[in-house]
Design a protein around this ligand. Structure first.
Ligand SMILES: [Ca+2]
Ligand SMILES: [Ca+2]
Length: 467
């Protein structure tokens, strides 16, 4: 149903067309064009699904007002490959961005291969959107005045987190500006710029697409002064897979000694810092939503919140991402906006789906190279059943090298060198006991499905993702 405001806008537009255009010249698509929504995309860095519980504004303003995907994943769980996928809707074997730095990946390769000439930004820009980038871009984006195509307003973080002291730099529409962390926390700076845009530019009369990518809660998880010491009493979660006791089922490449007492202490400190760093992100969510509401734009704006990958906090003795385990590939994924139901659903969505979804919301046809599929059909009350949607997808990585298939029930991994893993996620959600040696029939079936996904392109991928 149309909101009263929308009805009013549609009515006024019709009246205007009747007045200014002679009969027969009213373009049928025009009213639709006028109503194109704004899209705000918030992409955090390394945020695991568990830590979302310390973000009350995310809970009240997005989760309680929109759709939460319980089963959202990234298909190559590392910053740069994942970000390339968000921008282009392709698996990393098709973007060829398989790592954070050359030769596997990085900003320079993304630019050199011409990948930045067709992204969700250029598609929307070509369709008349005002496009705004704020925050972290491809790894290796440093010391450059380069502004990637498709972005009308560009505020790109330069360099690798806080490698050199307390100063950080942004490429702001081709000019390099420095900031002092002690004067302004980087998430707060991005928040201020986002709020300023929402309140003042508002797309300059056009719908806007904002890509808002804070560094938080990535290591070193810099905490704003006002949040220092928060969560000091919080202990590190210890699921059954924490410091996994028996790793005889795991391949050699994954095995490592148990985390020492000191390593666990250190990990706890990092965990608490990350929770505190997330408070700035929560504040940013609050202030951006408030700015949209105060300016009458909230009802015509979609907001998508997610992360580029998850994080292993000692599960299977590992502290990192990149591995094909649940904590690494699973990400928070929340959408609010016009027509979006308040619901938590189990359908499998992946970062490949983001770009084609945004294209559909903006009324743009995505290019033929896209592997993902729009999840717009899942946002309303009427939706395909679980079995009618994607039932599996590819997870791939280069260092270390593996390909895996994650289905509604299983994870099956093939490692370079020949090792395999198979987890029944219903019986063993913590992935404690790989059944590759006992459930050989299941492994054979999944191996065949994985084969179809391994080098897939576009419609082939979407077909292979179904049973
Ligand atoms: Ca990341
Ligand atoms: Ca085990």
């Amino acid at each position: 149903m149309m909101s009263p405001l929308k009805l009013f806008k549609a009515f006024m537009l019709t009246m205007l067309l009747v007045v200014i255009l002679p009969a027969g010249q009213v373009e049928p698509g025009l009213a639709e064009t006028r109503e194109r929504p704004n899209i705000v995309f918030i992409l955090t860095d390394d945020l695991d699904t568990g830590s979302v519980s310390v973000m009350p504004k995310l809970e009240s303003l997005l989760i309680e007002q929109g759709t939460t995907f319980n089963n959202a994943f990234v298909t190559d769980p590392l910053c740069c490959p994942s970000r390339a996928t968000f921008l282009r809707g392709q698996y990393s074997h098709n973007t060829k961005i398989a790592g954070n730095s050359p030769p596997e990946g990085g900003h320079e390769k993304f630019q050199r291969l011409g990948l930045d000439r067709s992204t969700v930004a250029t598609w929307l820009d070509d369709a008349g959107y005002d496009t705004v980038y704020l925050g972290k871009y491809m790894n290796g984006y440093d010391d450059t005045r380069y502004v990637p195509p498709g972005w009308d307003r560009w505020f790109g973080w330069l360099g690798n987190y806080y490698g050199s002291g307390r100063e950080y730099r942004l490429n702001e529409n081709g000019h390099i500006n420095s900031y002092d962390l002690d004067r302004i926390h980087d998430t707060d700076l991005l928040r201020d710029k986002a709020v300023h845009y929402v309140k003042n530019q508002k797309g300059d009369g056009r719908p806007f697409f904002m890509y808002l990518a804070p560094n938080a809660p990535h290591t070193p998880a810099y905490v704003a002064k006002r949040h220092e010491g928060m969560f000091s009493g919080r202990s590190l979660p210890r699921p059954p897979s924490f410091n996994e006791e028996d790793i005889s089922d795991k391949p050699e490449v994954v095995k490592r000694p148990e985390l020492s007492h000191g390593e666990v202490e250190e990990l706890g400190d990092l965990y608490r810092k990350r929770l505190a760093a997330l408070q700035s992100v929560d504040g940013m969510v609050n202030d951006v939503v408030s700015a949209l509401r105060d300016t009458g734009q909230l009802d015509s704006t979609y907001i998508v919140f997610t992360s580029d990958n998850g994080f292993l906090f000692g599960e299977h003795r590992r502290v990192e991402k990149s591995l094909p385990y649940e904590e690494s590939i699973r990400v928070p994924f929340i959408v609010r906006g016009p027509g979006v139901s308040t619901q938590k659903i189990d359908h499998l969505v992946i970062n490949n789906d983001f770009a084609p979804t945004v294209a559909e919301l903006a009324g743009v046809a995505p290019p033929g190279f896209v592997d993902g599929k729009s999840f717009v059909p899942l946002l309303g009350r009427e939706k395909p059943r679980l079995g009618e949607w994607r039932t599996g997808f590819l997870v791939e990585h280069v260092t270390p090298t593996y390909q895996a298939i994650r289905t509604n029930k299983y994870t099956y991994v093939e490692w370079s060198g020949g090792a395999t893993e198979l987890y029944d996620l219903e019986a063993d959600p913590y992935q404690l006991e790989s059944r590759h040696e006992t459930a050989t029939l299941v492994a054979t079936t999944l191996s065949a499905r994985l084969e179809a996904l391994r080098g897939c392109e576009a419609a082939q991928c979407r077909a292979a993702e179904r049973d």
